[in-house]
Design a protein around this ligand. Structure first.
Ligand code: CP3
Length: 351
C-alpha cells in the first residue's frame, strides 16, 4: 500500500473521511497493563527508549489492542538533548529532570555525537514499518525547541514555565543558542525518521501557551518554521503536524506562519476558531483526556462534540493532550467504538 492511501495520510492531505481515522497522543503508556509489564523489564526510562526490541513492542501494543489508524514511535522528546550530550535523567514519580541551562553547558555539548547516538531509534522505526499493518500510518515526532528548552531551564515540569520565561527574557543570547542547536538537531532527527520509514511527523509544543506575543513568535513560531523549512528542503512534501498546546488565540498565526501540514488542537480550543483553522488546514484532536477518564455520558458527549463540531472537514480524531495513566482501558474501547460507528452528521447535507 502506498503511504498516501493510508487513512490518516489521506486526511492530512486534506481529504474528509467518515468515520475519521483515530489515534491517541501517548497511546503507548502506563494506562496499559502490557506497557507496565514491558516497562518493568527496563526501569531506566531512557535505556527503554533506546532498546529497539522493547520500543517496537510497546509501540505495537495499542495497535494490537485497539487497531488505531496510526502508530507513534515510542520514544521521548528528551532523546534529542540527551543525544547532544545535555544531561537528562528520568526520576521515578517525578518525570524528566534536566540540568539547568548555562552557556558553559552549551560549550560542552557535542552535536556530532547525536547521529550515532540516535541510530537505535531509526532501527526501531524501520522495524515498525515492517511489522505494522499496511493500512496503519507510522508517525515520528520531536519536541518543539521551546518545550524542550522549558525543561532545560527549570530542570523539571512547572505549571507556567516561569523559570524558562525569565531565562529567555534575561539571557536571550544563551537561550537563542540553545534553541538554534535544537532546531538543527531536531530537523536532522526528523529527516532521518522519514528515511527510516515514518509516513508523517508531529512536533509537540506542549508549552506554546505560556508565552506573550513576542515570545510566541520568537520561541515557538520561528523555530518551528525553521524545522519545517529544513525538513522540507531535505524531503520535499514532508507531512508535519504541529501541536502548539494552549496557543488558542494564535492558532491561525501558527497555522499560517510555520508551514505545518496540519494542526493539533487541545481541548480548550473554541469550536468557531477550530473550524476556522480547519478551513486552512486539516485538524487533529481534541477530546479532553479527562472525559476519557470519567467515561459514561461525559465521554460520549465529548466524542460527539468533536465529531459534530469538526467532522465536517478533514479531521484526525485524537485527544486534546496525552492519555493519563489512570484512564480505564474500557473507556478507550468505548471511545473508538463510538467514533467508528457514528452516523455521518453531514450525510446528504451541504457542508
Ligand atoms: O505518544 C506516544 O505513545 C509516544 C511516546 C511519547 C512519550 N513521550 C513516551 C513517554 C511521546 C510522543 C512523548 C512526548 C513527550 N514527552 C512530551 C510532549 C507531549 C506531552 O505529553 O506534552 C513531553 C512534554 C514529554 C516529557 C515527558 N516524558 C514527561 C513530562 C514525562 C513524565 C510524565 C509522564 O507523563 O509520565 C515523560 C515520561 C514518558 N514519556 C512516559 C512515556 C510513556 C512515562 C514513562 C513511564 O513509563 O513511567
Amino acid at each position: 500500500m502506498q503511504s498516501n492511501e493510508r487513512a490518516v495520510m489521506r486526511v492530512l492531505a486534506g481529504e474528509r473521511l467518515w468515520p475519521p481515522p483515530v489515534w491517541m497522543m501517548r497511546q503507548a503508556g502506563r494506562y496499559l497493563p502490557e506497557y507496565r509489564e514491558t516497562r518493568a523489564k527496563q526501569p531506566d526510562f531512557l535505556k527503554f527508549c533506546y532498546d529497539t526490541d522493547l520500543a517496537v513492542e510497546v509501540t505495537l501494543q495499542p495497535i494490537r489492542r485497539f487497531g488505531f489508524d496510526a502508530a507513534i514511535l515510542f520514544s521521548d522528546i528528551f532523546v534529542v538533548p540527551e543525544a547532544l550530550g545535555y544531561p537528562v535523567r528520568f526520576e521515578e514519580g517525578r518525570g524528566p529532570v534536566l540540568t539547568p541551562l548555562t552557556s558553559d553547558l552549551l560549550d560542552g555539548l557535542a552535536p556530532e555525537r547525536a547521529h550515532d547516538h540516535l541510530s537505535p531509534v531509526m532501527e526501531t522505526m524501520t522495524r515498525l514499518r515492517a511489522e505494522l499493518p499496511e493500512e496503519t500510518t507510522l508517525l515520528g515526532f520531536c519536541g518543539a525547541p521551546w518545550t524542550v528548552a522549558c525543561y532545560s531551564v527549570a530542570g523539571h515540569t512547572t505549571a507556567e514555565q516561569t523559570a524558562a520565561r525569565i531565562g529567555a527574557y534575561s539571557d536571550p543570547e544563551t537561550f537563542q543558542r540553545w534553541i538554534d542547536l535544537l532546531v538543527e538537531a531536531s530537523a536532522d532527527y526528523l529527516v532521518r525518521q522519514l528515511d527510516a520509514g515514518a509516513d508523517a511527523l508531529q512536533i509537540f509544543d506542549t508549552w506554546a501557551g505560556v508565552l506573550d506575543d513576542a515570545g510566541f513568535r520568537r520561541w515557538c513560531v520561528e523555530p518551528t518554521r525553521k524545522i519545517v523549512e529544513k525538513v522540507r528542503a531535505a524531503r520535499p512534501g514532508a507531512t508535519i503536524i504541529g501541536f502548539p498546546k494552549g496557543a488558542i488565540g494564535r492558532l491561525k498565526a501558527y497555522a499560517e506562519e510555520t508551514g505545518v501540514t496540519a494542526v493539533g488542537l487541545d481541548w480548550t480550543a473554541p469550536l468557531e476558531l477550530a473550524r476556522d483553522v480547519q478551513t486552512m488546514l486539516p485538524v487533529q484532536g481534541n477530546l479532553d483526556p479527562m472525559r476519557l477518564v470519567a467515561g459514561g455520558d461525559a465521554l460520549d458527549e465529548g466524542v460527539d462534540g468533536v465529531l459534530n463540531g469538526l467532522g465536517g472537514g478533514p479531521l484526525v480524531f485524537n485527544l486534546g493532550h496525552g492519555i493519563v495513566p489512570q484512564t480505564p482501558v474500557a473507556h478507550v474501547e468505548r471511545m473508538i467504538e463510538r467514533v467508528r460507528s457514528a452516523p455521518d452528521p453531514w450525510a446528504g447535507k451541504n457542508r
